[in-house]
Design a protein around this ligand. Sequence first.
Ligand SMILES: [Fe+2]
Length: 476
Amino acid sequence: MRQSHAQPVFFSDAGVAPSESLISNSSLFDAGRPIDGLFVYPTEVTRDTATIRLAGSNLAAVNSVRVRKKGSNEAWHIAKRPRGMLLTRGVINLHLGSEGEFALPEPLAPNTRYAFEVETSLGVAEGSFLTTPPAETDVRFLVYGDNRTDAVSHRSVVEAMLKRPRDLLLHTGDYVEVGPRNQDWTVFFALERELLANRYLVGAVGNHELIDPVGANYIKYLAPEGSDPTSLHVERRGFVRAVRWGRAHIFLLAGMDDGGESDERIWLEKELDRSIEDSPGAFRIVALHHSPWSSGPHGNNRKLAAAGVVDLLVKKRVDVIFAGHDHIYERGSARGIAYVVTGGGGAPLYAVKKRIPEAERVESTHHFLDVEITDGKLTYEAVRDDLSTIETCVLEKGKGAFSCDGAPARIPEPEPTKITPVAKEPAKSGYDPVFLVFGGIFALGLGMTFASRRRRKKRRKKDLPEKRETDKNPRP
Ligand SMILES: [Fe+2]
């Protein structure tokens, strides 16, 4: 049985079919009744490796998995029981690389698209991925977020996104309404199946994924394999990540409302320094769920600021922040950083609560961003789900603000210089300030006395001829 766009393959949640109300509302499901199955997508893509991930509640029914280059009979990777397949619900990760038990006959080349087929006892699924483009390569990718709860609107955004074939998806969080509820993930994968099968998803964690504090399903489906939220090592927890994709250097943050742990800030500073040193011209992009600035009901992420994360982003001259959480489109600039709130991925829209001074454009609409980065320039088109354009914006490297639809960029005021008072330090001249003050007063007094004497002398000279005249003609 081969997957096709006309007949989506589903996996059910422990025998429970996906929500009928959600399904019946979406055109995706018109083709027929969902069947047990699996979902296949590329993840952890690097310049010469990738992982094909299989997700589903029915993995126990899979006897064997074989990944092959599309059109080839030569297996890239074979997995047999019991390698991860005894789970009733979980994932199977199939590594493609030049090392290990299933080394590829030929190493993967960077910036190259590979099509693959995954053959299982449940059927054959297809997909493709692009290996990571090297530094200083122009790149294009899509940004979106907050697609939970409303399957119809979510699918509408996905269908619009499918019209823009890009290699990378950057997600700002809130994939599902209830993170621990497996059925929500079933719907998410069903709605995004075609997108995810052929694009590498790099996604921040949202508050809805963290309804269970460890975000178990986010970790399982979207974080790197082996992530452990209880790990003492910040990167191994799976919530923060640095991804380099050509000219784009992306930093995923977990700072939702609490500003992140201190070791996350230390990690971020180190990664930003490394990025600046390696590629000064790269665009440094921070993606997180709750924006430092937002005109929506959630407002500014004050805890992130209080934790010093925003100061760090300003100090390291991060180019742009992509966020969500508020279900609106908002573009603005603050403290030398351009930002976009792109929470219009399908979740119920929010009204603009209070337009903040940093905002330059706000609209409550379902949408996504189509981003392109070339040498020194980031351009994006904000696209509504009906494919109309909200606006097209350009960010020149180092400018800190977007120029949109030909209007000049509103360059933010420079950061005020902090003046640290220096007490009781001798003046640079080496003279005591007290001496200088009294000396000045003395010099001023001397000058005034001198000027007064000159004035009197002048007056006397002027009076002399008059006096002589008076002497010659005495008054009667
Ligand atoms: Fe949220």
